[in-house]
Structure formats: C-alpha cells, structure tokens
Design a protein around this ligand. Structure first.
Ligand code: ATP
Ligand code: FE2
Length: 331
C-alpha cells in the first residue's frame, strides 16, 4: 500500500490529491484544488454541491495527470466523510464510492479536521506532536493528541473566524473570500479601535466582534482601522487559547492549519508566543493549509496502514463528525 488518492469536498473546495508514502513520510504527487465562489452572498450548500459534481471528474483526471500515475496504480481511495455541508459531503462520497468500485480498490472515509493536523505531521519532519490551531471558514478549533485521541481543547461557540472575516468583507463589498483583502487593508493601519474580546473558558466567540465591527463601520470609523482591529482582537484571542492548550498538555510544538493560517499577522503572533515558551512553530505550505485532497489522502493511508477498514455501507457521511469521535489506531 503506497499510493492513495483523496477527495476533499466539505465546503467550497473540491480537491483531489494523490500522495505516496515514503518511509513513513508523505510525498505529495499532486494536489489539485478547485474552489466554488458564489457570485453574490454566502455559500449555498446545494450550489456548492452542484459545483463539485460538475468538476469532480475534471479535477480527478487533472490530478492523475499531474501525479504522473495511472488509475490502476492507485492502492486506496479516501474521501472527506465530515464534518461539513451535507450536499457537498454526499456528492464527494458518491464520487469516491464509484471510483473505489470501478478500480476495485479499498475505500476509507476520513475526518476533515484530523486530516489538517496529520498533513502537518506527515510533511514537516520536525513536527511530531503539535497543538494544531485550525482556523478556516467554518471551523475554528484548537486540537491536540491526548490519551489515545485527538481532542478539541477549545473552539468557536458560534461562527468560524473565516466566516466572520468573509461576512465583514461582504458588508464592504469585498470579493469572496475576504480574508486576504482584509489582511491587506489591515496593513495600512496601526490604530486600534476597541472591539469585544470574547473568551469563555477555552472557547471563543466571534459574532459579537462581527456586530461591533459592522457598528464601527456605520459610525464612519476608517475601514483600515477596523480591519486592523478585527485581526488584532481575533488573533490575540486565538493565540491565548492555543497557548493555554500548550501549557495544559505540555506540548512543545504548535502547528497552523486552515485558510486563515495563510495570514501573516496570525502566523507572527503565534510564532512569537511559541518562541516565548521555547516551543517550535510550524505551518504547512499554502496548498496544504487550505482544504485539499492531499491531506485527505494522507490520513486515509495512515488509517489503512493501521488496520482500519470500511465497507461501502459504513461510508455514510457525517455532517457533525467530531474530531474526538475518530478512533486513532496509527499513533
Ligand atoms: P472548512 O470546510 O475547513 O471550514 P473552508 O471552505 O472555509 O474550509 P479554507 O480554504 O480552509 O476553506 O479557508 C477559507 C477561509 O480562509 C476563508 O474564510 C478566507 O477568507 C480565509 N482566508 C484565506 N486567506 C486568508 C488570509 N490571508 N487572512 C485571513 N483569512 C484568510
Ligand atoms: Fe478545512
């Protein structure tokens, strides 16, 4: 068992990655990503699923071509089983089942959040036992391995930070996704306007921050100052929770994942915190941070090699597939 093809499709992105196991490390042969961008407003699950259905075959053949392999060389098919949007998950699961039956190769559904963590461990040799700060559109979680499972030490109580940024961006008529544009605008300011900093125990909330930012805009506060202040507030809260998780678990590594991890200000805050604790800071390359098929493929391979098997009947999607529901047999 060496080559695995993974299909990702929990939300905006349909992705197919092909990876090879090389002495226990992950070698990415190809990682093709195609995003769905709604013309107006937020993501509509049905439309995103239609997008995935339309492009999955093209993305598959493109990925096979880029990897320089033939379909018959693939040993295993894995797919994102959850958490995510129902219609998107069902579309991708259907494609994966069809491919598995056609190629007569085993099938494994994997947890999307755990895949974000494992791809860091698989591709960065020094990254062995990190606390993962996973920040994407829909998800914001601090995850670490403890007592046989991946556990969520802290998470958002309402929306993911990416969604918060995208919603604020929409109110400014910025194109989706707004995160990168907000980062640019934030660079033009150094004036902090006070926004609610909401941490409850180890959990975080962002909807109050979003409402307050919208309010500031209505009152005529400069857009650059608001963007700067949203970033400073939200990233500081994330860094605080991550640091507490590291202190609690006594882990000496921190890993970033998810689309928001592309943000240089977030990286620098977390890196500064890590340095101050004498811990190491890691961030995978951009294509492995955002939703992608390679991470799904890599986790599939780890699971398969640890003896986990799945029948077609077991491969039902789970919109609320929690990180700590995963049976971790490979660590
Ligand atoms: P998931 O299903 O994991 O929630 P997703 O569909 O939101 O994933 P990702 O590609 O992981 O996908 O993340 C996209 C999010 O990342 C968007 O909300 C986008 O605004 C945000 N983002 C991307 N680049 C940046 C950046 N430089 N700064 C801040 N946010 C960013
Ligand atoms: Fe993700």
């Amino acid at each position: 068992m060496t080559i695995c093809l993974g299909i990702e499709g929990t939300a905006h992105t349909i992705g197919v990655g092909i990876i090879k196991s090389d002495k226990g490390r992950c070698q990415v042969l190809s990682n093709v990503i195609k995003g769905y961008h709604p013309e107006k407003g937020g993501i509509h699950p049905r439309e995103a699923a239609n997008h995935h259905a339309t492009y999955v075959a093209d993305v598959l053949s493109d990925s096979i071509k880029k990897a320089g392999v033939v379909f018959s060389a693939v040993d295993l098919i894995s797919f994102s089983q959850g958490p995510g949007l129902g219609p998107c998950l069902r579309t991708v699961a259907t494609a994966a089942r069809a491919l598995s039956l056609k190629l007569k190769k085993p099938l494994l559904g994997v947890n999307h959040c755990v895949a974000h963590l494992e791809i860091g461990r698989g591709t960065i040799p020094e990254c062995i036992d990190p606390v993962l700060l996973y920040v994407s559109g829909a998800n914001t979680q601090v995850i670490g391995f403890a007592e046989g499972k991946y556990r969520v030490f802290g998470e958002t109580l309402d929306i993911g930070l990416g969604n918060c940024l995208d919603k604020f961006g929409r109110s400014l008529d910025l194109e989706f996704p707004a995160g990168p544009k907000i980062e640019e605008l934030a660079k033009k300011s150094k004036t902090y306007v006070k926004l609610p900093y909401s941490i409850k125990g180890m959990d975080i909330a962002f909807s109050g921050l979003l409402t307050a930012a919208m309010q500031e805009k209505k009152q005529g506060t400069s857009v650059e100052d608001i963007c700067f202040s949203i970033q400073e507030t939200a990233f500081a809260a994330l860094t605080e929770v991550t640091e507490r998780a590291m202190a609690h678990t006594e882990k000496k590594e921190v890993l970033l994942g998810g689309g928001v991890a592309c943000n240089m200000r977030l990286r620098s805050m977390v890196e500064t915190m890590a340095k101050a604790r004498g811990a190491r800071f890691f961030v995978p390359s951009r294509n492995l941070c955002v939703d992608n098929g390679a991470m799904i493929a890599w986790l599939g391979l780890l699971m398969y090699e640890s003896g986990i098997r799945m029948t077609i009947e077991d491969s039902m999607i789970n919109q609320r597939f929690r990180t700590d529901m995963v049976q971790v047999a490979w660590r």
